[in-house]
Design a protein around this ligand. Structure first.
Ligand code: CAO
Length: 414
């Protein structure tokens, strides 16, 4: 039995943020019914296609373990079917533009009237405020949530990151809210509204930078590479590859960096293991030298310190660096490329990287459920074709007869 077996989800999500959320719930065992507009479907089915006329990897990698029904709730029969689905489901998740569901005739108030136990979860770009009506995509959220202003090299422009912290970040936050609401419902008997704005999710993930904003009022941020040679302005600056924690860290070149763009390692030069690090890179002299042998003395010359570390790492591959420094308790990690991650046997073994078979595209790789439950293992099943389960859902969940299904089809409701 899976953790969420028996829980049914009306999935009105599209693109990335909402589908990330419902995919995790599906991996936990919920029956996720993805509603798609007839003849159109989730826009990502056709975006960034690698094979003509086949669902894109964008879509397939965000919609595993779900069933798909095509349904237009704006049509008369579609509205009735949708109402029945609201009655039959525990959770409804959507990430339409603000107001879209109200315009369909299904406001939160109406949903509660139909099913008071319904947990209604939404992702929007912003919470209430001046931007509440804006449509938002990933990078807009990264820029408005504090990530871009704090990411990048010291003198460069703001940067967005490869991690989808706005979309997938909001979706994962929404999962937490939904599960809390589901648990509360076991006591209260009532559903509730769950909301997560992408701006809020990004800001939550940038919590340490809001910490630093307040520390700035009390003096320079001494662990930032700007210290002590550059002025700090009024806002937290971009800190390059400096560690966000209290320990100095940086990315250094490793053997082969001239040809391989990922031949780098991250090294944390923390005080507790500094002796081993200094000896290994050939700087035993630092251990007796008051200019180097305390964290405070090193703070003003971290750039010089990492230059010296780099002279050593450039003589080793990134994996040799890990092998040598790890036993010395020096926290470090190779910069792994997507190719290396895709081929990493340990990730295949744990199911974090999974090969899935799809009837139209054949085999492809995906990221499986990163959250491991000992009593509820996640099997990754391929994403549904558009409307693949329409009839099955109409029959088994909504309770329509074959005639009613035909009529709905003729009307264009499904
Ligand atoms: N049947 C009939 N109509 C449907 C339907 C269905 N099954 N599903 C959706 N529609 C309609 C909606 O009702 C809406 O119509 P109206 O605007 O006339 O009310 C219309 O499709 C378009 O919905 P949308 O505005 O959400 O879609 P968009 O492509 O214009 O915008 C996005 C996309 C993502 C910018 C917007 O949905 C949004 O801001 N969502 C919230 C934030 C979010 O999740 N962003 C992350 C996206 S991932 O990068």
């Amino acid at each position: 039995m899976k953790a969420l077996e028996g829980v049914r989800i009306l999935d009105m999500t599209h693109v990335q943020s909402g589908p990330t959320c419902t995919q995790i719930l599906a991996w936990f065992g919920a029956d996720v019914i993805k509603v798609e507009r007839p003849g159109v479907g989730d826009a990502t089915r056709g975006q960034l296609r690698d094979i003509p006329d086949v669902d894109s990897l964008y879509f397939t990698m965000l919609n595993h373990n779900k069933r798909s029904i095509t349904l237009n709730p704006k049509s008369e029969t579609g509205g009735k079917i949708f109402t029945k689905l609201i009655e039959e489901c525990d959770i409804m998740v959507e990430n339409f533009a603000p107001g879209a569901l109200d315009r369909m005739g299904f406001s939160w108030q109406r949903i509660q009237e139909i099913n008071p136990r319904m947990i209604y979860a939404s992702v929007k770009g912003f919470g209430p405020g001046p931007y509440v009506d804006c449509k938002v995509y990933e990078n807009v959220a990264q820029c408005t949530g504090g990530s871009a202003s704090t990411t990048g090299m010291l003198d460069g422009p703001p940067l967005v990151t490869g991690s989808q912290i706005g979309d997938s970040g909001a979706g994962i936050h929404l999962v937490a809210g939904i599960l809390a609401a589901l648990y509360q419902r076991t006591h209260s008997g009532r559903g509730q509204r769950v909301e997560c704005a992408m701006q809020d999710a990004v800001l939550n993930l940038c919590r340490v930078k809001l910490r630093d904003q307040q520390r700035l009022a009390h003096g320079p941020l001494k662990e930032y590479p700007q210290y002590p040679n550059q002025e700090f302005g009024e806002a937290v600056p971009r800190a390059g590859n400096a560690s966000g924690g209290g320990q100095p860290g940086w990315i250094v070149k490793c053997k082969g960096w001239e040809k391989d763009p990922d031949a780098y390692s991250y090294i944390v030069a923390q005080a507790a293991s500094f002796e081993g690090l200094a000896r290994t890179i050939g700087h035993e002299d630092w251990l007796q030298d008051p200019e180097w042998n305390t964290p405070e003395a090193r703070l003003g010359k971290l750039d010089k310190m990492f230059e010296e570390i780099e002279k050593w790492t450039m003589t080793k591959t990134k994996f040799e660096v890990l092998e040598i420094l790890n036993p010395l308790n020096v926290p470090c990690g190779p910069i792994l490329s997507m190719k290396e991650l895709a081929e990493e046997p340990s990730l295949r073994k744990t199911g974090t990287v999974v090969e899935v078979d799809h009837p139209e595209r054949g085999k492809y790789l995906t990221v499986g459920n990163p959250i491991k439950l000992s009593d509820s293992p996640s099997d990754v099943e391929r994403s549904p074709l558009m409307g693949e389960h329409t009839e099955e859902i109409l029959r088994d969940v909504v309770g329509l007869s074959d005639q009613e299904i035909n009529d709905a089809r003729e009307e264009g409701a499904i």
